[in-house]
Design a protein around this ligand. Structure first.
Ligand code: 8NA
Length: 159
């Protein structure tokens, strides 16, 4: 089934940020198949709850992710069907909570990988703002700042 996503613009973004950061209502996994995907996990790559669990079911690769030995503030990456799947490592253990600083550092790492690998579009949920309890106003501001000097388009899906 195809989900038609309804496009809504958040009001607190500047015009430039609005173009870079689109907010869409719908299932993340209905995004264009060529988009890179991003979400948050812990160093232990447990992915036992939340949207991370869906990523684990869809893309597997837990061993491959663990072998990358990424630490908090870094990003682990899988390649699936000509797209990259980004695992922002924002905390040490699944039971911990991330900080805005670890989120920013992981996003910087994803930006560097994206720029080096020709990624133009990244789709993601409201990262860090479900089980992980961060504030979306703050996370979206960080996203805007980190990707400000790029042409990378980010689409944020909310159910
Ligand atoms: N013990 C554990 O295993 C444990 C504990 C805490 C958190 N987690 C998991 O949650 C952490 C990440 O937390 P988070 O707040 O970044 O993510 P999250 O809470 O999984 O999800 C972020 C947001 O995405 C929303 N969402 C869920 N499914 C979809 C979908 N299909 N399309 C669009 N949006 C959707 C969800 O409602 C939430 O607002 C990771 O560490 C992960 O492993 C696991």
């Amino acid at each position: 089934a195809v989900t038609i996503a309804h496009v809504t613009m958040a009001t607190h973004f500047s015009k430039e940020q609005e173009e870079r950061l689109r907010c869409v209502k719908g299932d993340l996994f209905s995004c264009p198949p060529q988009d890179a995907l991003a979400h948050c996990i812990s160093e232990d790559c447990r992915m036992g709850a939340g949207i991370a669990r869906l990523f684990k079911e869809k893309f597997g690769g837990v061993r491959e992710l663990l072998d990358q030995q990424k630490k908090t503030g870094e990003v682990a990456v899988l390649q699936r069907d000509d797209r990259y799947i980004y695992y922002l490592i924002t905390k040490k253990k699944a039971s911990h909570k991330p900080t805005y600083d670890s989120m920013r550092k992981s996003l910087e790492a994803m930006k560097a990988h994206s720029l080096n690998n020709g990624v133009t579009d990244i789709s993601m949920p409201r990262i860090g703002c479900g089980l992980d309890g961060l504030d979306w106003n703050k996370v979206s501001a960080i996203l805007g700042e980190v990707f400000e000097d790029t042409d990378i388009k980010i689409t944020v899906y909310t159910l």
